[in-house]
Design a protein around this ligand. Structure first.
Ligand code: ADP
Ligand code: MG
Length: 875
């Protein structure tokens, strides 16, 4: 180590202070990264790893990126969850080669970026702060979700038994870019939920002294808000907010102070909490397979024309309303916009012109907007007036209230008065300020302008005086103004010319008067640039003072955008306006699955659905691929869409206001996760049985299939019994256990439906129609035929099936319908296992049909010959 240069020692001292960050160490025009960090970062940024002092014995690994292109590389690192500290030179490099002073000027983390280039515009970029506080009845958990790029700041708190899973669920929904924990214990508890998604987490040790928490929050938002939200009653939520503020302060984040909107305490009162599993199974915001927005409900409903709208729409989809009045308000607005395609079209065109006001505000507050951005803001504000005028004739109360935007005329006037129409990107090269705005600027400009005409005049006079026709006056950065004379004319140069520079074909000179003018011009220029920048800064401050108004406008515009988006979707896809009935029944006429109907190649067949007290549990059977999952999910989606204020894919829909919607899928559909899938399936089912109420809708898709038939069917059945007797939630249950259809006669409110199919010879045709009754065949082989299994395999399968069916008929007491199975459970014993093993070992490609029959016979014997036969199986 003693051999290290002073600069490397300097680097290491910074690294010591920031061990968890990659240090971008400025060396001239480059950021350099050393040692192990270089190795890691080079790979992550996809740049070449080189070395420093490569002729020494232990060369130091080095990765470097040019500063002017640093954004791209920073982007890559942040996206992969790294944190970066920019360590920059804060003084000019001295010619003596001494060590330059450097400082950490900015810390970038995935959850705190504000640069639009690093952000996805259609979704919030959340920093999540989690606090765990000890309490009487278990722990309290608090969550603060902060989007620094928009100023969103919301908090929430959970306690009791379900607190940790509820918070975990919220994290799954938010998909934060970064997480901080108030204690190592909190980190240990929640890291497992975030790490698989690659979300980086940090423990930010924070003393949870309630007084300090209160002080931090009141400093940010004032005492009033603390009282209004009764934050003393939510210590964990408040602590989480304080942790987030403390963390941002530690990062020296410039956006911290000014632009956070009012803290919002999420109360679950008027919102339906949609758990992460339901959201996933219904593909609300992303598809299961590819995790894409396209193909999800959100992707379908999103006809927004602003980024603000797009982000809000996601929150609407994730948090349906539970108050009928709020829902009707939205529906009323959507209805009106849908019926007025002209207004809607103009509204859409107007919205398209707007900049992302939310993110603009955050950049504004951190001093990161230039003159062009301010002009962009002005144009956006100018566009608001015509937009609100469009809404004048609208009657829907919500549209009327959204019309009330703050008055920005004064602000528009200020920006227009100060800045030119098309200012340059650079702020320190002048050309920003409008003529006539500032006397000083005008005066300095005229000096430079007069200087220019003086120069032209001077050039002309010198040509005449010396007789050198090609003489010209020029300027360059290093030497200033000069008179250039080409080589052949050098003899004519008068004695008062002083040589400045020699070129190949010419010499450059300076004279006393020219020098004087140069000083005047450059002096004026420098002053001008400085003055212009000052005026710009003042304007920027002035605009920043209007941030709360701008944010208020942004919120309304986002809502308006979401409403027009719903109207557009309703029109495009021919949706109907749902009605709500107090009776609690669901009556859907010709309902469709919103996504499948748009994406599937075949024509979508609509289906009705009727659920009420006499039909509260529907059991839907039918062959694979018949459309069971699609049917029951469309019911859930229609209910959910209605409660976010959207029209729904049906001809008519009369719905209850649900308190929860749950969607669960049997395990074998879901092999993507690590846990034992059956275990997951059961955990998921357990959570429903705890939380569902009579006002909930349950969509259970082949629950119980993650285990053996008997187990699975027993669980499915007892779950249904429990729902029927205790929970009384409306339930759609698809299953391939046909035996479950017998429940119809045993439990009140159970009805059987099946997916109609038509047999045509050996083919089956899916009619996609839901009809009363049960299917008694599973048509597995027919489906296998559709899938193109080799003929030989199909034929054997048919033979085997026929045998099995005869066997079943001969031993009716084995029929699964004779549940309860409690007494039969021990059958899940060695015998079944052996039987299954034998079945598995059968290589159907190598045996003849006759041999297959013999095998079948043997297996049958094993099953039916009772316990004593088990010992003496025929060979
Ligand atoms: P199941 O759950 O019974 O196996 P799915 O619901 O997965 O069947 O449906 C299988 C496929 O059938 C779907 O991917 C979809 O393309 C198509 N499908 C389902 N329902 C309909 C319908 N009502 N109209 C047209 N196509 C449908
Ligand atoms: Mg299915």
């Amino acid at each position: 180590m003693s051999e290290l240069t002073p600069m490397m020692k300097q680097y290491l001292s910074f690294k010591e202070q920031h061990p968890d960050k990659i240090i971008f160490f400025q060396v001239g025009d480059f950021y350099e990264i050393f040692f192990e960090d270089a190795v890691v970062a080079a790979r992550a940024m996809d740049v070449v790893l080189t070395t420093r002092d490569s002729n020494k014995e232990n060369p130091i690994p080095l990765a470097g990126v040019p500063i002017h292109a640093a954004d791209t590389y920073l982007n890559k690192l942040l996206h992969q969850g790294f944190k970066v500290a920019l360590c920059e030179q804060v003084e000019e490099a001295t010619t003596g080669g001494g060590l330059v002073r450097r400082e950490i000027t900015q810390i970038l983390t995935p959850g705190t970026v504000t640069d639009p280039e690093m952000l996805e515009e259609s979704r919030n970029n959340y920093l999540a702060a989690i606090s765990a506080l000890p309490g009487g009845a278990g722990e309290y958990y608090g969550l603060a979700a902060v989007d620094v790029s928009t100023g969103d700041f919301r908090i929430n708190e959970w306690s009791g038994e379900e607190a940790a899973p509820a918070l975990a669920d919220e994290l799954l929904r938010l998909q934060p870019a970064e997480c901080i924990y108030n204690s190592p214990a909190a980190a240990e508890r929640f890291r497992p939920y975030l790490e698989p998604q690659g979300t980086p987490g940090t423990v930010f040790d924070f003393s949870a002294d309630p007084e300090q928490v209160k002080e931090a929050l009141t400093r940010q938002w004032g005492e009033e808000l603390w009282e209004k939200l009764s934050l003393s009653r939510f210590p964990a939520a408040a602590t989480a907010a304080a942790v987030a503020l403390g963390y941002l302060k530690m990062l020296q984040h410039p956006a911290r102070e000014k632009h956070f909107r009012n803290l919002e305490l999420s109360s679950t009162g008027d919102r339906m909490p949609v758990d992460g599993i339901t959201a996933r199974n219904l593909e609300l915001t992303q598809t299961i397979r590819e995790g894409k927005r396209k193909g999800s409900l959100l992707g379908l409903l999103d006809h927004c024309h602003t980024a603000m709208g797009r982000r809000l729409l996601r929150r609407w989809v994730e948090q349906p309303l539970t108050e009928q009045q709020l829902i009707e308000e939205r529906l009323e607005a959507v209805d009106e916009l849908r019926q007025n395609p002209l207004t809607r079209g103009e509204l859409r065109a107007g919205l398209q012109q707007l900049i992302d006001l939310e993110r603009f505000c955050s950049r504004l507050c951190s001093g990161r907007v230039n003159a062009r951005d301010l002009v962009g803001l002005k144009e956006t504000l100018e566009n608001l007036e015509p937009l609100t005028r469009l809404l004048e004739s609208c009657r829907a109360p919500l549209l009327q209230s959204l019309r009330q935007l703050p008055d920005f005329d004064a602000l528009i006037g200020r920006i227009a008065g100060v800045l030119v129409d098309d200012p340059p990107l650079q702020l320190r090269e002048g050309g920003l300020i409008r003529e006539g705005c500032d006397e000083e600027v005008d005066r300095l400009r005229s000096i430079t302008r007069d200087g220019r005409s003086w120069l032209l005049d001077f050039e002309k006079k010198e040509r005449e005086r010396t007789g050198i026709k090609s003489l010209r006056v020029g300027y360059n950065r290093n030497f200033g103004y000069y008179i250039e004379v080409t080589r052949p004319n050098l003899a004519l140069v008068p004695p008062e010319y002083h040589r400045r520079q020699t070129l190949v074909n010419a010499e450059r000179f300076i004279t006393g008067p020219l020098k004087e003018m140069e000083e005047q011009i450059t002096g004026a220029r420098e002053q001008l640039v400085r003055r212009e920048y000052e005026l710009f800064e003042a304007l920027r401050e002035e605009v920043a003072a209007a941030v709360p108004l701008l944010q208020a406008a942004a919120v309304r515009l986002a809502r308006l955008d979401c409403l027009q988006s719903f109207a557009e979707a309703a029109e495009r896809y021919r949706y109907c306006r749902p009605r709500f009935s107090p009776g609690g029944q669901i009556r859907i006429k010709r309902g469709r699955h919103p996504v499948v109907e748009q994406s599937s190649g075949e024509r979508f067949v609509p289906n009705d659905l009727q659920m009420d007290d006499h039909a509260s549990i529907l059991i839907i059977t039918g062959p694979n691929m018949a459309g069971k999952s699609t049917y029951i999910r469309s019911a859930a989606l229609i209910c959910l869409m209605a409660q976010i204020g959207s029209f729904v894919p049906a001809d008519e829909a009369e719905l209850p206001v649900l308190d929860r919607i749950f969607a669960r899928v049997g395990a074998s559909d879901d092999l993507s996760r690590g846990l034992s899938t059956f275990m997951v399936e059961m955990q998921e089912t357990a959570s429903i049985l705890k939380e569902a109420t009579p006002r909930s809708l349950l969509v259970l898709d082949e629950i119980g299939r993650g285990t053996s038939t008997y187990d699975g069917m027993s669980i499915a059945r007892s779950v249904l019994e429990y729902i029927s007797r205790r929970i009384k939630a409306k339930t759609l249950f698809s299953t391939h256990y046909h035996e479950l259809t017998n429940l119809k006669d045993e439990l009140p409110g159970v009805k059987n439906y099946t997916m109609a199919v038509r047999e045509q010879g050996q083919e089956i045709i899916f009619l996609r129609r839901v009809v009363p009754g049960r299917s008694d065949k599973s048509y597995g082989i027919n489906v296998a035929r559709l899938a193109g299994l080799p003929l030989e395999v199909l034929l054997r399968a048919e033979a085997i099936l026929a045998e099995l069916e005869t066997a079943a008929a001969q031993a009716p007491e084995r029929q699964l319908s004779l549940l309860p199975l409690v007494s039969e459970q021990p059958r899940e014993d060695g015998r079944t296992g052996k039987l299954l093993d034998e079945l598995k070992d059968l290589d159907l490609n190598r045996i003849t049909p006759l041999e297959a029959l013999q095998h079948l016979y043997r297996l049958q014997q094993m099953l039916f010959q009772g316990d004593e036969a088990e010992e003496e199986l025929p060979d």
